[in-house]
Design a protein around this ligand. Structure first.
Ligand code: COA
Length: 233
């Protein structure tokens, strides 16, 4: 189950659906107030975790592999801390156990949404990323209400479970774009040092949007992780 990050929607994972969907049962959700999901007031980390739990219960999934990006990674970790028995493995992509947000981002999101949207190419993407990939993300983000994107980043800013990272005791794949500026490599190496059963994959010439920037390497990492760490185990 794929969980997108702040100001994103389920389209984020379209390259994974193109490829991995033939082999696995993939689910990609639009969080409340994002994409095609209903608008909800009082968004919070707890609400996002409850929505994931509701979906897992409704679909009667016994053991889920949760793959979360950025805020989605915070949701995946929180879900695991609340419902460890339901999670087979975690895939943590461009995220961290603590996700402080620059005041520059929060201020832009409070005052000038256009300024925030214009900052996305440099902040979130590797410099040589194809413009069409970048524009598609900006287009999707521009459709999400400004206050929702602000709330997402505020949730990230408050998120801190660094003291619990070493209690994660299921297989964990950590994927990071080497040039990620929003959730630097250090956050992922921290995961890898603290989580016993983890594998770190660093993808060069990619930044925060690594799943779109280097889909082949990204999908290969997931496939190898499932084949080598999870299948028949
Ligand atoms: N994993 C491991 N270490 C982490 C961490 C994580 N997830 N999050 C923070 N740390 C470390 C930092 O590297 C730093 O270590 P250092 O003192 O040895 O350099 C320390 O914890 C404190 O960092 P932080 O909590 O981030 O506070 P800060 O006041 O130093 O910096 C920001 C605050 C906002 C400037 C900084 O977090 C930043 O630049 N963030 C990235 C940009 C951003 O906004 N990203 C959006 C994320 S959704």
């Amino acid at each position: 189950m794929f969980i997108h990050g702040s100001g994103e929607n389920s389209n984020l994972w379209k390259e994974q659906f193109e490829d991995l969907n033939l082999k696995y049962n993939l689910i990609s959700i639009d969080l409340p107030s994002h994409g095609n999901s209903e608008s909800v007031s009082d968004l919070s980390l707890e609400l996002y975790v409850n929505v994931i739990n509701g979906l897992i219960e409704t679909l009667q999934i016994k053991k889920v592999i949760l793959c979360g990006h950025s805020l989605g990674g915070a949701i995946a970790q929180s879900y695991y801390f609340n419902y460890p028995q339901n999670v087979k493995a975690l895939i943590l992509v461009g995220t961290g156990g603590r996700l402080r947000v620059s005041p520059v981002i929060l201020n832009a999101l409070k005052s000038d949404f256009q300024e925030y949207l214009e900052s996305i190419p440099l902040a979130a993407f590797y410099i040589k990323t194809n413009k069409s990939i970048i524009n598609a993300i900006i287009e999707d983000t521009s459709r999400i209400p400004q206050e929702v994107v602000y709330t997402d980043f505020s949730i990230c800013d408050r998120f801190d479970t660094l003291d619990k990272t070493n209690t994660i005791n299921i297989p964990c794949l950590i994927i990071i774009g080497k040039q990620d500026k929003l959730t630097p490599l250090k956050y992922s190496t921290f995961f890898n040092e603290k989580i016993k059963n983890s594998k770190l994959v660093v993808i060069d010439k990619a930044a925060h949007m690594v799943m779109l920037e280097k889909p082949d390497e990204f999908n290969k990492a997931i496939q190898e992780f499932i084949e080598n760490h999870l299948e028949n185990k």
